[in-house]
Write a protein that binds this ligand. Sequence first.
Ligand code: ADP
Ligand code: MG
Length: 679
Amino acid sequence: MTIHPLETPITQLPGIGPKRTDAFGRLGIFTFKDLLEHYPRAYEDRTTFKKIIELSHDETVCIKATVVAPMQTNLIRKNMRISSLRVSDGTGFLELIWFNNRFLDARFKKGETYVFYGKVRLTPKKQMVTPIFELLDNQKQTGRIVPLYSLTEGLTESLVSDCVQQVLSLCGQLEDPLPSIIRSNHRLCEINYALANIHFPTGKKEYEIARRRLAFEELLTFQIALFSLKKRQASCSAPSMHTSPEPFLQSLPFTPTGAQNRVIKEIAADLASGIAMNRLVCGDVGSGKTAVAASAIYTTVTSGYQTAFMAPTEILAAQHYESLQKMFRNHNIEIELLSGSLSASRRREVLEKLRSGKTQVVVGTHALLSDDVHFHCLGLAITDEQHRFGVNQRRTLSEKGENTHVLVMSATPIPRTLAFILYGDLDVSIIDELPPGRQKIDTFAVGENYRQRIYDFLAKELSSGRQAYIVCPLVEESEVLELESVTEYAQKIQKSFPDTPIGILHGKMKPAEKEAVMSAFKQGDLRILVATSVIEVGVDVPNATFMLIENAERYGLSQLHQLRGRVGRGTEKSYCILLSQSNHETAVNRLNVMKKQSDGFAIAEEDLKQRGPGEFFGTKQHGLPGFKLAGMFTDMELLKETTQVARDYLENRIPITEEEKKTLNKKINTLFNNHVTIS
Ligand code: ADP
Ligand code: MG
């Protein structure tokens, strides 16, 4: 048998035609390697076998049984066809049920023995409903621990697991990226065992051994890459910019806080140093990061360089654009917004002005990363709300210039341990002070029985001229559902506030629609804004003093903190009501943290402790960017080990052969699509 390299495209597998190739592509799977790294999202233990006589209600088990009579079918309603099959294992009889499945009619022959896996019910009859089945002695889906994969339309669990199985055998014995001395020092299994057991574990222990090894490799390679990146950056030259931001700071309508001033100075020193800045500015919502960024922009532009400012959403980009225009009103600086909704001709115009250098500052979403965006002389690349972008993206943006300064801003106060991992390549500045005059947002965690009182209170706020956000109940991830539920919910609320203009905002609206709603809310034409958690980031309406969050128990604390940060932006007292549909004690306790804490960093630590970092970044982003297996909370111990190994490795303190070093470096270099290369 020929051994296939890991780079082999999956189209080489039998049965993978254009349609399935497409489907795999949507999951980011193109090669054998991608498929092997498409780790199961969960497992189902199908190893328990029982005799029919032992079955109890509601348990999910395997049975080994023989077909005793042909399939019976009954049409019970127009669209409901029930097929039932009688089987026996000598200890009793069992009826197997399927619904609307014509394909099965001719499938079973009397006397054949199968393994059936499914959920048992004993009333009204001893039955197993829609069991999975396989001929005895040819089992792939039963009698073992079965991997469950993330799928997409056109793929099934068994297809994916079949493909993985084939790739494992087609690739033969793989070369281990981890040198054997590291493996033996850290009790790590070898790669072939790890891959086989992460996909098809023979038991829980075997799975844990495999997972630990792969997580170790993930953390180690990531850390080596970041550490070496930091080392390299320390000697990477960049334009030295000396103009003082003082004239700009003088023109602000407020005096910067002490923390803002400190960070502004740190950045100014970086910009003047002649070495490329790579700095993360971490600051709680409302701590005034925009002004800090603007000060860096001022220095860059007045030194003759351009700035690119990247935000994660259209709304935020538009808002940054607006605030920058305001701040620079008297400074004669050309700013453009490169939004997804520009007409083709307008877009061409903006691109041309960027290329010629006429535009000094461009604000946009990841649209800034497109190939057709060119700069005259990019000096500073800023990304806001960094945790939504990966390391690759922050590099792609800065690579649009030569030796660009990089400034990253995060509104998610990040626990130190996490910052260390995710931003190991950056220096960190923290804005740990809020502008004066901000009041603590009074926060209440209550149950459904408070609803009327909440509405009464909201009515009072509205009548004194204030505005309100209501964060709509969470729906499953579906465009149709999201639209329906926000609309429906807003209608329901409208009944309680018949004369109040209410707007809705959700993720599936076109950018122009969103902007129209946001600006109407900003101007006060809309008084209540019913929104999904898209308002989470950055939206700034100082007159909004009331926020109601429905289903609060379903959000992470950090996310609640972010949401809450939309109010309390002006000088009026603000309120945040966390309405929980769950009376579970843990849910209530968790929400009570929000009542007591207003420091985002403390909340983040608490969040990390309670939920683990997979959820820390919101439900959409499972796990940490770049990590498939390693969990920051579950693998804290492992992380300590890998940090030390990464250091030792880069300092050549681990005795390994040139060959081993080459293999490991190859793995590290693919990690960031070769943006980072070490040799
Ligand atoms: P964030 O850090 O969440 O991005 P922003 O930069 O949007 O915060 O600032 C929030 C609000 O606070 C803005 O309206 C801004 O004008 C205002 N602001 C920023 N710095 C100060 C300050 N030193 N004094 C008073 N208001 C400030
Ligand atoms: Mg901001």
